[in-house]
Design a binder for this molecule. Structure first.
Ligand SMILES: Cc1cc2nc3c(=O)[nH]c(=O)nc-3n(C[C@H](O)[C@H](O)[C@H](O)COP(=O)(O)O)c2cc1C
Length: 209
C-alpha cells in the first residue's frame, strides 16, 4: 500500500504506557479491619451516574471493593499533586505483593502519610478527602476481571455528589467549569488545565468562550 505524504508526520511507536491524560481520583475504601485505605488512580471515567474504574487486581483497593463495595471517588485539584505523589509508592496491602512497582511499601495510614484529612461521608462508610473540591460517594455494583490480565473493571454508581461552594454556579446544581479544574495525569506527569477553548452545544453553564 502506498503511504500518503501526510502520514510521514507520524511514526509508529511502542510506548510502555498509554496514560494519555485523564483526571486523577483518590479512592477511599474500607479495609477488612474497618480502617480506611486511600489510593490514587487515573483510569476513571463517567457514564451518566456510573463511574468506571480500572484497577490492578493485586491492590488493596480492588480487594476492598470486591468485599466491601462502598467507596468515595475524591477529585483533587492541580495544587494537590504533591499529596497525590506522596501516596504513589504506598499500598494498603500487607505483605506487599510481588506485582507492585519496585519501591512500593505498605502504609496502614494513607491519610496521615499524604497529609490529607478524612471527613465523614453522608451515605457510605469510607470517609471523604476534605481537601478535594469534588467528592462522589458511590457503591461498586460490579467488579469483574478486565481483558488485560491483572486488572479489574469496577462499575460504581454515584449516590451523592459533594462540591466545594467555590466551584458551584450560585443557586444551581452546576459545577462551574471555569472554577473547577481537575488534576491531569499525562504520561505519568501532573498537569492542570489550560484556559478554556470553547464549549459544547449541550453546555448549561455560561462560559468565557
Ligand atoms: C497519579 C496516579 C495514577 C494511578 N492510576 C492508577 C490506575 O488507574 N489504576 C491502578 O490500578 N493503579 C493506579 N495507580 C497506582 C496505584 O495508586 C498504586 O498501585 C497503589 O499502590 C494502590 O494502592 P492500594 O494497593 O492501597 O490500593 C496510580 C498511581 C498514581 C500516582
Amino acid at each position: 500500500m502506498n503511504v500518503a505524504p501526510q502520514d510521514t508526520a507520524h511514526v509508529t511507536i511502542e510506548p510502555s504506557i498509554l496514560y494519555f491524560g485523564t483526571p486523577v481520583v483518590l479512592l477511599s475504601t474500607e479495609n477488612a479491619d474497618g480502617s480506611v485505605n486511600l489510593a490514587p488512580m487515573s483510569s476513571a471515567w463517567a457514564l451518566g451516574r456510573t463511574v468506571v474504574l480500572g484497577l490492578g487486581e493485586e491492590g488493596q483497593t480492588a480487594r476492598n471493593l470486591g468485599a466491601r463495595p462502598e467507596l468515595v471517588i475524591n477529585l483533587p485539584g492541580p495544587a494537590q499533586w504533591p499529596a497525590v505523589e506522596r501516596l504513589a509508592p504506598l499500598t494498603g496491602r500487607y505483605p506487599v505483593p510481588a506485582t507492585k512497582a519496585p519501591g512500593c511499601r505498605h502504609e496502614p495510614d494513607k491519610f496521615a502519610a499524604a497529609g490529607l484529612c478524612p471527613e465523614p461521608s453522608r451515605l457510605v462508610g469510607p470517609p471523604r478527602v476534605a481537601e478535594c473540591p469534588l467528592q462522589l460517594e458511590a457503591r461498586a455494583e460490579r467488579v469483574r476481571p478486565g481483558v488485560p490480565e491483572g486488572f479489574v473493571i469496577v462499575e460504581a454508581v454515584v449516590l451523592a455528589v459533594h462540591a466545594d461552594r467555590a466551584i458551584v454556579v450560585p443557586g444551581t446544581d452546576h459545577v462551574d467549569p471555569g472554577a473547577w479544574s481537575p488534576l491531569i495525569y499525562n504520561f505519568r506527569h501532573y498537569f492542570g488545565l489550560g484556559p478554556q477553548l470553547g464549549h459544547s452545544y449541550r453546555s448549561q453553564t455560561p462560559g468565557a468562550a
